[in-house]
Design a protein around this ligand. Structure first.
Ligand code: F0G
Length: 351
């Protein structure tokens, strides 16, 4: 075997790049597909986690960003802008550094996890905290990119979805065919749309014999697609998917309908329980939004939507280290002891 070269080189013939495209990469993609033993036992299925938190900036956004930034450089851009619930801004900031571009990001004030804020700042992005929602931020960035020489790298940029579709390729390459069901969190709805593009492309070219049913999950306080109407004041503990009017709404519905899938909502309580289960029973530390895929699978299983023995992939979209505040707030306070092995033994109930 040889070293992973980043997803543009690995899937060059399936991406809209030419030899003239300057490839801006941090060697993203090639993430592990980890068997989820506990979730498999709970559902009677063969469940895998596509661990996207192991990308260079800790989320799946790097797949889209390597494409969006490479194409922006090819087009002669000097600056890029995005709206973000945190991960897109972290990724854009890092890839902009790599490309020598200026990066501006608009985030909803007080509604992004600390690690993500740290990433945008440490990579030197021009970060503005908007007194509004992600949806407000996205509308502002659309206007700014129309009126000023600054390229938009949100998932409304078609190169983003092209990069993100490679996750579906990797899954088929690893399993030998598409799974029966693919579970995924839905926020701005770009990722579910990108996976569906990837799966249908592989099936269309005979690389896979079939496509999976796409199961998308929104947080119940931010579930516009489930409700059939935009949500003006979205709320959820899963801040990454706190979105009331997703940009790729129609594409996500098409993915659901063409694949024979569902888009459902899960409560914050279900999300928190799945987060804990992944950390404490699978050994996989994800962020809250990512746990929506597993919360959703457990719900769909309880509803009888999942036949036993099915092969299922859950995308876990971001790394748990992004949000240390949440992790710590739910954990017991550590015990402090003097420099004394006996005190340690007592505290650990060994003695
Ligand atoms: N999971 C995580 C960790 C995310 O950061 C996002 C989106 C999603 C799931 C949902 O993906 O938007 O393609 O449906 N985060 C965006 C951001 C909105 O700004 O980082 P989606």
């Amino acid at each position: 075997t040889r070293a992973w070269r980043g997803l543009i080189e690995e899937y060059r013939d399936r991406l809209p790049v030419t030899t003239a495209t300057p490839v801006v990469t941090l060697l993203e993609g090639g993430t592990p597909l980890v068997p989820a033993n506990r979730v498999s036992a709970l559902t009677g299925c063969e469940v895998y986690l596509k661990v996207e938190g192991l990308n260079p900036t800790g989320s799946f956004k790097d797949r889209g960003m390597t494409m969006a930034i490479s194409k922006a450089v090819e087009d002669g851009a000097k600056a890029v802008i995005c709206a973000s619930t945190g991960n897109t801004s972290a990724s854009a900031a890092a890839y902009a550094v790599r490309a020598g571009l200026t990066c501006a990001v608009l985030v909803p004030r007080g509604k992004i996890a600390m690690g993500k804020l740290a990433q945008a700042l440490v990579h030197g992005a021009r970060l503005l905290q908007v007194e509004g929602s992600f949806d407000d931020c996205l509308e502002m960035t659309r206007k700014l990119s129309e009126n000023y020489p600054i390229a938009l790298v949100n998932s409304v940029n078609p190169f983003r979805l092209q990069g993100q579709k490679t996750a579906a390729f990797e899954i088929v390459d690893a399993l030998g065919d598409a799974p029966d069901i693919h579970c995924i969190p839905v926020g701005n709805a770009g990722n579910i749309s990108a996976y569906w593009m990837g799966y249908t492309e592989y099936a269309g070219d005979g690389v896979a014999t079939r496509t999976p049913r796409m199961f998308g999950f929104q947080a119940s306080g931010a579930a516009p697609i489930v409700n059939g109407a935009p949500v003006t004041h979205p709320h959820t503990i899963a801040t990454a998917i706190r979105i009331g009017n997703p940009a790729s709404w129609q594409l996500a519905e098409a993915a659901r309908d063409e694949s024979g899938g569902v888009i459902q909502s899960v409560t914050d309580r279900q999300i928190a329980a799945a987060y804990k289960l992944l950390a404490q029973e699978e050994g996989v530390f994800v962020e809250l939004a990512s746990a929506a895929s597993v919360a959703g699978l457990l719900q769909a299983h309880a509803q009888g939507l999942v036949e036993p023995g099915q092969r299922i992939v859950c995308t876990v979209t971001g790394n748990g280290l992004k949000d240390p505040d949440w992790a710590i707030s739910g954990a017991p306070t550590p015990v402090t002891i003097p420099i004394d092995a006996h005190a340690a033994a007592t505290a650990l109930e060994l003695a």
